[in-house]
Design a protein around this ligand. Structure first.
Ligand code: ZN
Ligand code: ZN
Length: 116
């Protein structure tokens, strides 16, 4: 009597997986009209303005310059939330990675680089 509990487990899991898959599919079908409504609303000018503002805010990248090390002489120039340039930085084993930098930091780094 107690034996079949173990042998049933894979079946139960498989059935569970099928049901979850079905529920997700059903759920997606059910919310599709809502998505359409959102897409429609997104084309309205007042909504577009909000979306564009949000996009601009998301595009606002923090400057990832290590000011104290990269250009200690110009520590206070950083425009922390206005990174506009992608600089390259060597990170040990990772090699060269792209890092967002603000314009003043990029200039200070370049100046320091050329200075030696
Ligand atoms: Zn900096
Ligand atoms: Zn900066």
């Amino acid at each position: 009597m107690g034996d079949d509990r173990d042998t049933e487990l894979p079946d139960i899991l498989a059935e569970f997986g099928r049901r979850v898959g079905q529920v997700v599919t059903d759920g997606l079908e059910r919310i599709r009209p809502a998505f359409d409504a959102v897409a429609e609303a997104a084309n309205r000018p007042e909504i577009r303005a909000v979306v564009e503002r949000a996009e601009k805010a998301m595009r606002c990248r923090p400057c990832l310059c290590f000011c104290a090390r990269a250009h200690p002489a110009d520590g206070g120039i950083c425009e922390v939330f206005d990174a506009v340039i992608t600089g390259q930085r060597r990170l040990g084993l990772l090699g060269d990675v792209d890092l967002p930098l603000c314009a003043p930091c990029a200039a200070a780094r370049a100046a320091r680089h050329f200075a030696g």
